[in-house]
Design a protein around this ligand. Structure first.
Ligand SMILES: NC(=O)c1ccc[n+]([C@@H]2O[C@H](COP(=O)([O-])OP(=O)(O)OC[C@H]3O[C@@H](n4cnc5c(N)ncnc54)[C@H](OP(=O)(O)O)[C@@H]3O)[C@@H](O)[C@H]2O)c1
Length: 253
């Protein structure tokens, strides 16, 4: 008698572009059912007609009022989630060279990267609890490992994500939910296109998705990649004066 194993189900946020889009393709190509979210379909559009196992569910992670609707929509497509990859994020830089810096930008960045992740956890937790071996994955950044100029808000939001997930990992033990925090280095996506500084060891979104897909199978507490960048940032963290002299904008004479 043939026995058809049901597909594993993953929810990916920030799936319309960059890393999330590449992860979506990788999970589909590996036989998963993917529930993909972002504010708009974006680059997912052409994939939606190609893959029966791909469903788009619109979600603005900053909008708390959408949480129960998105939870319901997810439940219409699956009874449980084996994995949730909370990847939606944005990056803005603080420009102190202008007369009136945009301090509010910090709130926007925290709202997407930090509170957006909490809203996403709120959304998916009931469905994760119904899986036999659930896994919650958050996307942080290697930026947390050493300071970068202009990255006050972005770095702080990702440091908050990292701590939140480390604490959550403990509190979800009784529910049998594993928690991983992934810390990518520079990845070539629309988010980094605007960067005007050098991005050592930058990788394609496809290569990043491959590293992440493989790492997620091992369910690490944390996974930082690529390793040469981790080494460079280790240096920055342990020799902050040298690091600052290399990276900080020069004093005007
Ligand atoms: N690229 C890098 O070098 C790098 C390095 C370390 C970490 N990361 C992290 O990796 C994640 C993905 O970044 P990426 O480089 O792939 O950026 P990206 O190409 O700009 O993609 C960002 C994704 O997040 C979604 N998003 C943004 N704001 C949202 C909101 N309010 N609600 C719902 N979805 C929202 C976007 O879709 P919509 O605009 O349609 O909503 C898009 O799908 C982010 O968390 C980022 O911080 C990136």
């Amino acid at each position: 008698m043939s026995h058809t194993k049901s597909k594993q189900v993953v929810w990916i946020t920030g799936a319309s572009s960059g890393i999330g889009l590449a992860l979506t393709k990788r999970y589909l190509d590996n036989g998963w059912k993917v529930l993909a979210s972002a504010r708009s379909e974006g680059e997912l559009s052409p994939l939606l007609s190609l893959y029966d196992d791909l469903t788009f569910i619109a979600f603005d992670v900053t909008n708390e009022s959408q949480i129960s609707l998105v939870r319901e929509q997810l439940s219409e497509h699956t009874e449980h989630l084996d994995c949730a990859i909370l990847n939606a994020g944005s990056c803005e830089y603080l420009d102190l060279s202008v007369e009136q810096p945009d301090w509010d930008m910090s709130k926007r960045v925290m709202m997407v990267n930090f509170f957006g992740m909490i809203h996403s956890i709120d959304t998916c937790l009931p469905l994760l609890k119904k899986a036999s071996r659930p896994h919650l994955v958050g996307v942080g950044s290697q930026a947390v490992n050493a300071a970068f100029p202009k990255a006050e808000a972005y770095g702080a939001s990702k440091a908050a994500v990292r701590y939140f997930l480390a604490s959550l990992r403990m509190d979800l033990v009784p529910f049998g939910i594993d928690v991983s925090c992934l810390l990518p280095g520079f990845v070539d996506t629309p988010l980094t296109k605007k960067n005007d500084f050098s991005m050592p060891f930058i990788m394609s979104s496809e290569d990043a998705a491959q590293c992440m897909f493989k790492a997620i199978q091992r369910r690490p507490y944390e996974y930082a990649f690529p390793k040469p960048l981790s080494t460079m940032l280790w240096f920055g963290r342990h020799f902050p004066k040298v690091w600052q002299s290399l990276l900080a904008p020069k004093k005007e004479i």
